[in-house]
Design a protein around this ligand. Sequence first.
Ligand code: NDP
Ligand code: MG
Length: 388
Amino acid sequence: MKKKVVLLGSTGSIGTSTIKVAEDLPESIELIGLAAGSNINLLAEQTQKHRPSTIAIYNPELVPQLQALLPLGPRIVSGDEGLIELATLPEADIVLIAIVGTAGLQPALAAIRAGKDIAVASKEILVMAGEIVMSEARKYGVRVLAVDSEHSAIFQCLDGKPSSSVRCLRLTASGGPFRQTPHSEFANISLESALKHPSWVMGQKITIDSATLFNKGLEMIEARWLFDIEMPRVQVIVHPQSIIHSMVEFVDGSIVAQLSTPDMCLPIQYALTYPHRMASDRVQTDFAKIGTLTFEEPDTERFPALLLARDAGNRGGTLPAVLNAANEIAVAAFCNRQITFLQITQTVGEVMSDHQLVEQPTLDQILLADRWARTAARKYIASQTPRH
Ligand code: NDP
Ligand code: MG
């Protein structure tokens, strides 16, 4: 049976890979809704090819231009309401959320409450509100499927086993572009070098997160909620070849890993076709060519983002949302050349230490903490940067 898929963030890195997967499997996947932020040209091109019934452009001012590009339809919606409308389209089976940042949280909850399975690329959703999202999913009897390659790997390795059968989850990390850079050179890291990821081509935000290792920190918290496992049992191991996408160590000491050449099309396809595996020639893995798989302990002295994320995950409440929001602001400031690479992690640490944690927060309290952290991060950055 064809899965009817709504794709939020269709013009981004995950979005365009999802479109490739849909084109690989026209018998299994139908794109019935697409949403983008502002890239109307690519959204129009995707729409002409895939003919979704409804599309969304976040910026309402762009609706007339998009309409002009698509004179024969489809229905065009915009803003936050537009995203909610797409996420709850009556005919949708699954909503894949690949919007960078936090704009995907409300659509994710709306989709769950409308009885849709969700496939989550936007890790921010689970970092901010993992407990709420997972408990709503249980209540409405829908699946939360992982698109992030590490979490897709763990999901495949677990194969339905409960968390009580698990000793620990071992998330693999490529180590990013500065894995071998001495600490003394960190102060001079440029934006250009931080944007060069050794194994994956991704959007700008996640590429910087992979350089600081905040990406792995966010993924630890994401795993904690997706697989209902306490933080101390979520571990990170650096594996520069990015062939093992993650591993599960079971209580008897047996370790199951999932491997392939790195290509996001694979976890995306698995999330969209689950519980089936569909034939595809896209991903090929040649072990003789790969030659060696190596592993090392992450260096938390050079990459303290991992410690901050573990602390946020351990203490819980509103702290993960604060870490996520402060990091988003700090990454944007680094990309605008307002702060140095080292100041990204410093900003997050400062904002976290000023936060008054709320335990068992409601969604409103989480959103409030998110806004508070953004303001606090901007203030801290302004106090650090010289005025021109
Ligand atoms: P990109 O920056 O490449 O793409 C972001 C997408 O979100 C674009 O389609 C953008 O539209 C859209 N968008 C932004 N804001 C809005 C909004 N308010 N409403 C609707 N659409 C919006 O990011 P990635 O694809 O790299 O990452 C997306 C998410 O997936 C992130 O949360 C990331 O952490 C996660 N992820 C990504 C991986 C990767 O390999 N790239 C791997 C694992 C997780 P527009 O183009 O119009 O601006
Ligand atoms: Mg990942």
